[in-house]
Design a protein around this ligand. Structure first.
Ligand SMILES: Nc1ncnc2c1ncn2[C@@H]1O[C@H](COP(=O)(O)OP(=O)(O)O)[C@@H](O)[C@H]1O
Ligand SMILES: [Mg+2]
Length: 297
């Protein structure tokens, strides 16, 4: 269990996070979402005990995160991972395995899981960015700690790395572990998280379930059509289905969720128009961020 209680952090005069109250229950997976600079890394570093709160508290299983005892129960993947370039992947993993007291066979297991088996004898200095990130995931997967903290785990991952990341989180979820990870974009993370905590400008703007997040984004979708003609009263006919229906030049703009689009298309055709082209956009996360803090798109 991770608990942020009125957590605040300032760097000098710069306030990074203010008054954060958030509890990640045991066995829960929570994604911390937010634009760059919104305070996600600051929260994770505080949970990992690497920085001290300026105000409030961060507790891991009831213990202040800064105490070494709290750190024993967690595994942390930093946003920027770096390993000594003159060591091989295997040597890096062995070093951390011994540090964390994980069993001997675990080295090979995590390297295989991170698809680095073939490269494990090579120097880290020869690794690509994606491989270094995968090595970071392998290291994070070493201990069987009850709490997993992952900062932007998908940012530099190639498809193979993404699969390893999904596998790691899904395995830890099945084992009943607590997972907190950050992301500044969706696409990779929706299916993994039970809840989404949205940070904007260092404040918690919303906590949404995955269904709530999906529907908030879907509501912001837009269907755009080009038609062969403009039947009279077309907008009036469409407004019950898409209240904000409007023309933009020769394009018909129909805001609304994806689920409403088949009916809109049927209604356009029923009005006697042929569809020349069709595009659809889904809601964007940045638009949701600004909506959550009361801004304009
Ligand atoms: N060590 C630091 N010194 C000064 N400012 C910092 C430091 N770490 C983070 N910040 C600032 O705090 C804010 C939040 O940063 P961060 O937690 O890294 O955001 P995120 O991970 O969401 O991109 C940013 O404005 C950042 O510039
Ligand atoms: Mg960050």
């Amino acid at each position: 269990m991770i608990r942020f209680a009125s957590f605040g952090k300032a760097f000098g005069t710069h306030v990074a996070v203010t008054g954060l109250d958030l509890t990640i229950e045991g066995g829960e997976t929570v994604a911390l979402l937010g634009p760059n600079g919104s305070g996600k890394t600051t929260c994770l570093k505080a949970a990992a005990g690497l920085i001290l709160p300026s105000s409030g508290q961060v507790l891991v299983d009831g213990i202040p995160a800064s105490r070494p005892k709290a750190r024993q129960s967690l595994s942390f993947l930093p946003q920027k991972v770096a390993f000594p370039e003159a060591l091989t992947g295997l040597e890096v993993v062995e070093f951390y395995r011994k540090l964390r007291g994980a069993p001997a066979g675990r080295d090979r297991e995590v390297l295989r899981f991170a698809s680095l088996n073939g490269a494990s004898e090579r120097f880290v200095g020869t690794y690509s960015g994606g491989m270094v990130q995968r090595l970071g995931l392998a290291v994070a997967a070493l201990p069987d700690s009850p709490v997993l903290l992952l900062d932007e785990p998908t940012a530099a991952l190639d498809p193979e790395g993404l699969c390893a990341f999904y596998a790691l989180v899904e395995k830890r979820k099945k084992q009943g572990k607590t997972v907190l990870f950050t992301s500044h974009h969706l696409g990779d993370v929706e299916r993994l998280a039970d809840r989404f905590a949205v940070l904007v400008g260092g404040r918690l703007a919303a906590v949404l379930s995955s269904t709530e997040l999906a529907s908030r984004l879907a509501e912001r979708g837009v269907l755009r059509l080009r038609l062969d003609r403009r039947p009279e009263n077309l907008l009036e006919a469409l407004r019950p289905l898409s209240p904000a229906a409007t023309w933009s030049g020769d394009e018909l703009i129909l805001p609304g969720p994806a689920s409403g689009r088949p009916a809109l298309i049927d209604a356009v055709r029923a009005a006697g128009a042929g569809i020349l082209s069709l595009t659809a956009d889904e809601g964007r996360l940045d638009a949701l961020y600004s909506e959550l803090v009361g801004g304009k798109e």
